[in-house]
Structure formats: structure tokens, C-alpha cells
Write a protein that binds this ligand. Structure first.
Ligand code: MEV
Length: 349
């Protein structure tokens, strides 16, 4: 990733110059517990979803209009001294922060992003696109990118995308396994629980920016209730971390349901999310909750090993537009590419 720029042949003419390109990758994430409250100081637990990847390709660019037209997750943007202010986006801000740190503020870079993560579904698409883009630009210019710099650059982009970002998304889309995140620091968390996770897409995009702002308003309006909610969240995240590492699936499912109640109290659940949570429970899941910012997005259900297909089917019957299963075995393994999730058969074309 951080070695010499990759060379790409763009012409059949052997004498034609081969422009340098840089390539970077990242992937989606899912939050098990702690979204929103993590913005207000609690811990949060998340895991990477390498089955939903992002690839970015960077080339030296020319000044001119910024092109940031998203089409089915594929988009292109110019970053750097383009001579045009343009609207900020997370990936562009992240790349410009990287250029600034490298003393390359005069550079213009042209980045194409191919994002397989459904956008605005709480699966970390903005952070993952920023991470892949910064890695691609580092690759283009042969820059060594340490983990802290990459995280900081992605976080700059996330502050734009979320309004106020805790750093959980930036950490999880760059992580190789499940993490316990607290106040800017992520550490790997071991998993022994024998259960699988099913992620169900409501099909409704949710704005993280609006959801984060809404939760802030709710907490600010009633400081006493805010203290109670954050205290309860801290208890649930602590017990869930212990349940994960000590193998208590039923207790972990109960903590997820209790956390879903807190998120509903904070105003980020919706009737569609509630219906999917109920469907997962009725199909025998240990627990279920929204994952990510809410206001739409995805629901995460914890199921006994082997019952994920039945829970997935119930979620699709209740309106999920697609589901993915993350196996317990893949979550338990700390190997970089091992947290595999597989798309489930879709009944809604
Ligand atoms: C979004 O994936 C998670 C939130 O907690 C925002 C954040 O932590 O930056 C809603």
C-alpha cells in the first residue's frame, strides 16, 4: 500500500508514458453496542465487515471544477488546490488533511471511489471511502502512512460527515477485527460467544449528521435524563463486552434489546427499525437493535449458531431489503481478513 506508486498502462502504444496511480482499500463496519452514546463519552463495540469493501484509485489531477457526483456508490472527486471552494465531503477533507500533513498543499489529486457499501445505512461508508482515498493518495505519492495519521485524516473527514464524530467509524473501518473503542482509543476485543450476527437493511437512508444533532438536542434538553441514559449505556456496554469475551449469548442479546430501548428514547429508532427488531425476536434471535446512526439504516440481530438463515428470512419477510450474516467463527478469529460476512439470498430484487 505504501510503497512505490503503482503504474497503470493506459495506451497500447509501448512508448506512451504510463501515468502513476495509487490504490487504497477499506471496508464497512457494524457497531454492536454504543452508537450515539459514544459521541458523549461512553465506550462502544464494533467489528469490521470486509465483505463490503471500498477501493479508491488516485491520480495526479488538474485544477478545475470538483466532480463529486455519487452514483450507486461510485464517485469521483478532486482534492487539493483545485481553485474552487466546492462543498466539503468527508473523503475530500480527509485527503486534503493528508496533503497538508505531507506539505503538499499545492497538489491536486483526482480520486475515483468504488464503494460496495450501501450508502447512509450506518455501515461506515463515509469513513471507509475516506480511508480508502487517503490510502490511495499515499500510495500514489509513495508516502508511508502510519495508523495514527490515517486515523486522524479519516477523523477530519468524519467531523464533516457527522457534525461531531466519536472516532468509532474511523477506527472500525480500518480495523482487522472486533474492537472496544473508548475516547479515541481502540483495542481488540476477544470473542468467545457462540452466536452469529445478521445485519438487515431497512432500505431507508439515514443522515448521521441529523441523527447526531438530534441526539445532542435530546440530551441537552434534559441533563438529568441524559445522565441516566449515559450511565445505563455505560453499564450495558461494559456487561456486553464481558458477555462477548465470556461467551454469554443470551445475556448479550438482552443487552442489545436494552440498548435499543435507549436509542429509541434518544429518538433515532423508527417504526421500520422497530418492526425488524420485533421480527428478529419473534424468529428466535437473542436480541436485536439498530446499528449505526439510525433514522433508517440497518438492524443487527444476534442469533444462535445455525439459526441465522431463519432470522434472515424473517427479517426479509418483515421488510428488510437485504441481509448479511457474520458468522461467530469469523468474529472469533483475529486474522486480518477473517471477519467475513456473506450476503444472504435476497427475496426483494
Ligand atoms: C455512526 O456510525 C456512529 C455514531 O455514534 C456517530 C459517531 O460515533 O461518530 C452515531
Amino acid at each position: 500500500m505504501n510503497g512505490q506508486p503503482v503504474r497503470e498502462r493506459v495506451s497500447d502504444d509501448a512508448a506512451a508514458p504510463e501515468p502513476a496511480v495509487g490504490v487504497g482499500h477499506s471496508h464497512a463496519k457494524a457497531i454492536l453496542l454504543g452508537e450515539h452514546t459514544v459521541v458523549h463519552g461512553t465506550a462502544a463495540i464494533a467489528f469490521p465487515l470486509p465483505a463490503l469493501p471500498v477501493r479508491a484509485i488516485a491520480r495526479p489531477g488538474r485544477s478545475g471544477p470538483r466532480a463529486e457526483v455519487a452514483a450507486e456508490g461510485h464517485f469521483r472527486f478532486l482534492a487539493g488546490e483545485t481553485g474552487e471552494a466546492g462543498p466539503p465531503s468527508g473523503p475530500r477533507v480527509a485527503v486534503e488533511e493528508a496533503l497538508r500533513r505531507w506539505g503538499m498543499t499545492g497538489a491536486v489529486v483526482d480520486v475515483v471511489v468504488e464503494c460496495d457499501i450501501p450508502l447512509a445505512r450506518g455501515l461506515g461508508s463515509s469513513a471507509a471511502c475516506a480511508g480508502a482515498a487517503v490510502r490511495a493518495v499515499a500510495d500514489l505519492y509513495g508516502r508511508v502512512l502510519d495508523a495514527a495519521t490515517l486515523y486522524d485524516c479519516v477523523q477530519c473527514g468524519e467531523q464533516v460527515a457527522h457534525g461531531r464524530a466519536s472516532g468509532i467509524d474511523a477506527s472500525a473501518v480500518l480495523a482487522n477485527g472486533p474492537i472496544l473503542f473508548h475516547q479515541g482509543t481502540a483495542r481488540p476485543i476477544g470473542i468467545t460467544v457462540a452466536a452469529d450476527l445478521v445485519i438487515a437493511d431497512t432500505g431507508v437512508p439515514g443522515s448521521t449528521h441529523e441523527a447526531v444533532a438530534g441526539v445532542r438536542r435530546t440530551l441537552d434538553a434534559d441533563p438529568r435524563s441524559a445522565r441516566r441514559v449515559l450511565h445505563r449505556a455505560t453499564e450495558l456496554i461494559g456487561s456486553a463486552a464481558a458477555d462477548l469475551t465470556e461467551g454469554r449469548a443470551a445475556e448479550l442479546g438482552a443487552a442489545m434489546l436494552d440498548f435499543q430501548d435507549l436509542l429509541a428514547e434518544l429518538g433515532v429508532s423508527t417504526p421500520r427499525i422497530d418492526a425488524l427488531v420485533t421480527a428478529a425476536r419473534d424468529a428466535g434471535a437473542f436480541g436485536a437493535k439498530l446499528t449505526g446512526a439510525g433514522f433508517g439504516g440497518c438492524v443487527l440481530a444476534l442469533t444462535a449458531t445455525g439459526t441465522a438463515p431463519a432470522v434472515s428470512a424473517a427479517l426479509r419477510a418483515a421488510g428488510a431489503v437485504r441481509t448479511w450474516t457474520v458468522t461467530a467463527r469469523s468474529l472469533r478469529s483475529p486474522a486480518p481478513s477473517s471477519t467475513a460476512s456473506t450476503p444472504d439470498r435476497e427475496t426483494h430484487p
